[in-house]
Every structure is written in C-alpha cells, then in structure tokens.
Design a protein. Sequence first.
Length: 325
Amino acid sequence: MITIKRDLFKNIVKIIKKYDNIVIARHIGPDPDAIASQIALRDSIRLTFPDKNVYAIGAGVYKFRYLGTLDKVECSELKNVLLIVLDVPNFIRVDGIGELEYDAILKIDHHPSEDIIGDVDWTDVSKSSTCEMITDLLLDSKLEMDTKIAENLFIGIVFDSDRFLLQNTSLDTFNTVYKLLTVSKINFVPLYDNLYNRNFSEEKFRAYLINNLEISENGMGFINVTPETLEKYKVEATAVSNQVNNFYFINELICWMFVAYDEKNEIFKVNIRSRGPVINEIASNYNGGGHKYASGARIKNPKDIEKLRKDLDQACYDYLKEQEN
Ligand code: AMP
C-alpha cells in the first residue's frame, strides 16, 4: 500500500516536472475545498519550481477571497500545457477550460470516477476532501509547503468534512491533519473566523428554513426557496447551499433536499444530503451527482424537482423498510 502511494506520488511529481505551463482547474460553483486545494497546489508548485508558469483558473468567489487570488490567463494562448483537475470527476463541470489545449491531465479527486481519466490519476473516494489528498501529497513528496499553503489545506479539510462530523472523515483524515499541524505549526483556531463568521440575516434565514421545511413521514425534508424569500431575508441563493449541512443530526430527517432558483443561470440549484440512503445515483438522473451522502443537481424543468423529491422519498421509505428487517 505504502509502495503504491510512493510510486503514485513519484508519478505526480514527475508529470508536474515535465511541463513548464500548468493550469489548475476545479468545479463550477466552487466551495472552499475546491478553491483551497487549487490555490495550495499552485503555490506549492511555484515554491518548488519557481521557473514554471502555474495558473489556478475559474471564476472567483468573493467570500472565499481570503484563500488567495485566482489567475486571469488567456487559455487559448498557452501551449504544451499540463492540466491539473482537482475535486471534479466530469468535464462538463470543470470551470474555465473551454479554450484550453492541453497535452496531459493530472487528476486528483475524491468523487466517484466519471469521464475525466488523468494520464496520472489519483481518485480516492475514501478521502474527506481534495485538500486531504493534496496535504498527503505535499507531506510525502518533494513539493513544498509554507504557512499559507498549510492554512488553506486545513481550511479545505475542515470545510469538506464539516469539522470532522461527516461520514467522509476517517482515521486517515485525523492522521493527515495531525501531521499537517505538526509540520506547519499553524495557528489554526483563528482560521475558523473566515469559515464560520456570518451575518445575523443568515441566521434569520436559517430560522425560516427550519420553520418551513416540509418533512414527509419517511423522513424526507424538502424546501424550495423562492427569489422573493431570498430578497426578504436579504441573502443570496448561495445562502441555501450554506445551510444544508446545518441539518444533520435531526432525528426526524433522513434525507433533505433544498432548492433555490438561480436567476442568473435560469436554473434550479439543488442540494441534497442523506443520513440513510445513497443519493448520488438518484441525483445523477437529474443532471446531478456528487458523493454517496452529499449530492447536488441543476434542474431546468420544475416538474423534475417534484420527480426528484419523490424518488428521494421512495429511497427513504426503502431505507426505513430495510432497517426494520
Ligand atoms: P453541494 O450540495 O453543492 O455542496 O454539492 C455536494 C456534492 O455534490 C459536491 O461534491 C458537488 O461537487 C456535487 N455536485 C453538486 N452539484 C452537482 C451537479 N449538478 N452534478 C454533479 N455533482 C454535483
């Protein structure tokens, strides 16, 4: 096992060494794990190989600006490029590579495999986060790490494991974090401010969600937040996604589906979480996917929202029946 990993890390460093132009991409609608892994790996490659051109691309998110800045680069002008894809398994959800011609792909991801297969490929669904994987890589290869890189990696792991609460947290996660904190000596408690500080309006909105969530007799929670409600509570559509992880550990809820209309892209954005049935296969029937117990979907037709809701409710019913036996 250790030898396999050593060989894998050697191959990762080898392919990075081979290319002078490197573009690092991740999924659309990025979260802190996606952006932190991207910026941390970019900064590490720059630190280790100062002569390389390394760019972290994709749309920036204002509230995650504390992680660092992304690069503006004319992708169509780059030649002999290594594309590094982080935290996303399918081409359709990679942000910003439309114009890019690349010679090879290095993929590092913790989602179930889809159509992106890297020339060097490290896919491990047992990992809490892509940041956990990048931390392992940096700790066990010649790729360097400084304080800011370590801070970003810590933030990504904490975010994606939801403070080590979620099922994706393993003994390996704690082991990796222990090593990260030991080696980097970062002062990690102040880092929670950036992740968890919020306005009171978001809390009032959470109260709205709690008061208006419909829960079926099978433990399936559902809410569809209208643009008017978002306006009333003075929050963005992203506030809905931000809240979905706050609904774990409620006895009456087995699975929950939050919907918000994204007016800019004219699409319904759906966040789904589960403490029982596997949901990513169901989400994949609705232009979605993700992890076994944390998935999302983008839906055009409002009728599909109801269909997905029913499918999830049925999955909860089946799950409960199975538990009875
Ligand atoms: P979210 O609910 O946005 O936090 O997403 C939960 C998980 O589902 C993440 O791993 C996302 O990358 C994945 N995901 C979200 N939306 C989609 C989608 N439309 N297609 C595939 N995977 C998705």
